[in-house]
Every structure is written in structure tokens, then in C-alpha cells.
Design a protein around this ligand. Sequence first.
Ligand SMILES: [Zn+2]
Length: 466
Amino acid sequence: MPEKNSMGIKIVTGVAVIFCVLMLAEGSAYAELIVGYAPDADEIKLVDTEVDKDMPAGFPDDQVVYNGITFNLYYLDLQNNTNVGFDNDASTGPKAQARFKETLQYVASVINETGTLDVVVNESQTDGSGFLAAAGTYFSNTPGFQMGSTMSRLKNDIKPFNGYEEVYLTVDFGWNWYLDKGTPGFSQPDFLTVLLHEMTHSLGLISLCSNTGDSVVAPNVYSMWDKEVVRRTGMFNLFVGTPPEFTGALFDLTGQNLAFAGSEAFLRYGHGLAPGVYAPSTWQSGSSISHWDTGNIIGGAVMEHLVVTGTTRREWSPVDIGALVDLGYTNIDPMEVEGEGAEEGEGAEEGEGAEEGEGAEEGEGAEEGEGAEEGEGAEEGEGVEEGEGIEEGEGVEEGEGAVIEGEGAEEEGEGAVEGEGEGEGNNDGCMCNKESYQKFEIEKILDDIFMFLLMTVVLAAWRRKS
Ligand SMILES: [Zn+2]
């Protein structure tokens, strides 16, 4: 994957942005066509199944068996002795492999599917430019709304494309990764967080829409995610029909007015509106439409297009999970109905309050420690990390000048909002409980966030002066 093209997940001080670029593999006539697509690299892989075989021959290098799913892992770093990335000889190898296993275990534990997936981890990049990581899956050229080969194999128990893995992943180890399970440094992207983001694309949270509305894969081939993408005004579907066609307008693609209409995403998001889909005013290949509307998802989510360094999001938020159910992962545990939810929700918030260490809130932190009975101990761990969301807020400002890729202004704006998202990350605690909030809870949280942001701004201004 050429890095000059790449824009996967980008980093600025404190901010990493997921972007993408198009890259067409060579090839001309394809009798039977399958196409791999990896959003964050915006990499399109055209392959002729009669000629190419993508999967390495022989046994996998490793296997993860967890909650009904067997992941066969092929590490090309190992097979080709690259001495970087996931290679056992690389300083990063053991931890990188361990984190990837944990990511797969987490995925298996939530989606509750049974079956096998072949996973190819490509030779790692080391240039530290362009995307942080990118993963994809394969589609055929048969018109329709497709699941992608990863989901297809899990749901149908049949390998969709012989000789081809279902999941492929590339990581650029040139970045300053945080490869452990604690709290990443301020300038470090969190490996677990990014791997989960990438795996989620491969599971099917992926748009095949190009900047013209046509499919990047083949005519009239769109994803299950695309099927639910609507213009918020009127909840007008952008892709409709048999076979599906782009029925939206070009302005929809860059109009910042898209949403995801899936009912589970709506319910689990729990804020009384359809979660927004990323459609920035400048089309971002591989990023637009394949993500949530970064900065406008209350509580944040794994599938926003931004990854903020120094923070973690190692579990799906309710809206991510809702979308997965809408895509077809219907064995995911049903949403719990209210009850303890509220309490836990609070527990979570405070947990963060504490970590943020910003004075007043900590007091609460203490209480929450207790509120946390519900096994929120774990979440709180996360709370800590989110606490750093604060810094991100600041990070954003610092990074502003430095935003690498176009859209500087906008990104920053969003980055800032993300800061909020992180602040709200409290919701994470709840996400795990799959609770939807009651309105007063939301308002309370929003108030807290507002106060917190206000304090942050004041503090930042004061620091600058002094
Ligand atoms: Zn992405």
C-alpha cells in the first residue's frame, strides 16, 4: 500500500484521523470478480479468483479459538521474516500479537457467532505516515446489498471465496504505538483501540459508496451498512432498489446530513435520534460514509473516523453494537431494559470524574468506586483513559496548526468536539451495560460535560497567560 496515497488513521499531536485514498490493483478482464475493500486505506483490491490466490498456503501461524469462533491467523511478517511489526523477532511482535488476539476474543465474545475466519495480517509498514492501520474484507460483483465475506462466512458457515481470507489487516508500525493495556501516552495511538476499529470494518461496518454515489466495488454492489444510510431530513434512503442504486443526490455525500436508520442502532444509541453518519463537506475517500459522524455521537464510538492519541476505546459503544445487530449480527445479546442501568451509568461518569482529576469531580470519583459494584471496575479502568480526553481537547488546539491532511479547520473543529465525546466517554460504562439513558440522565451528563469543558477552556486560557 503506497503511503503517499494513504490516509488511514492520521495523527497530529493529540489527534489521529482516519482517512483514506483509492488504489486500484492492476488487472483488466475479470470473469469472476471479487473485490476487497479496506476503508481506512481506501484500498480496493480487484482479484480474479481463477488466477490469484491471496491466502498463504499451509497452516496458519496462529489460531485464536474463542466463544465459538476459530480465527486462523496468517502473519506475513512471520512468514517472510520481516523483523518488524508482528514478527516474533521484532520488539513489537509479542505484544502486537497478544493485543490482536485480545481484540479477536473481544469481538467473538460480543457477536456470539460460531464458525471460522481466515485472517491475513499483511507485512507491516514502518514509514509512520498515512494510515495507522487498515483492514478490509471481500465482496463479489453480484449486484445487491452484500455482507462482505467476513460476515457471510459467520452467518452462512460457508467460505465465500476459496483461496481468500475473510479479513485482511495492515498496520504501520512506524507510529508511536501504545502496545500495552494501560493508559497510552499523550502522543500515542492505542493499538487495541485501532485494531477493534479495523476489525469492525471487516465485520461489515463499511460503505462501498464512492464520491459519485457509485459503488467502489462493482455496479450496484453496496453493503448492508449502506442499506441503512439515509439523508436525515426525511430519513430518505440513499441506496434503494433491486438491484440497489444510489438514489440520493451528490450533495448528500458531503452535506453533513446523513444518518444511520437501523432500528437497533437507534435504540441502543438511546438518545432519541438516528446516529449520524460521517459526511464531511469535502469527500474523504475511505472515510466518508464508512464511519459515524465524529464529534456528534454522544458518548463517542469505536467507529468514528478519528482516533485520538492518548485515549482508548477498547470496547464497542452501544451505537456500534446496535449497528452490528442491524447489519445482521443478531446473536448479540439483546439490549437490557432499564433498571440498574441508570445507576451504573452514574457510576461510570464518576469513575471518569475521578480520573480526570480535575478537582471537584474527583470527590465523586470516590463514591463511584463503590457505585461500581456492577463490575464496572473494569470500565472505570477505561474511565481513566477517557479522562485523558481532556488533554485531547488541549491536544487538539496544539495540533491544530499541525493537522496533516486537508480539512484542517474542520478536523480541528471535530477534534474539539471529540474532546467532548471523550469527556462523555462516561457513557462507555453504560455502553457495556447496553443501557439506554433516560432523558434526565442525558441532561445531567450534558451539564457535567459543559461544566467540564468550560473549566478546561478556562484552565487552558489561564495556562497560556501564565
Ligand atoms: Zn475506519
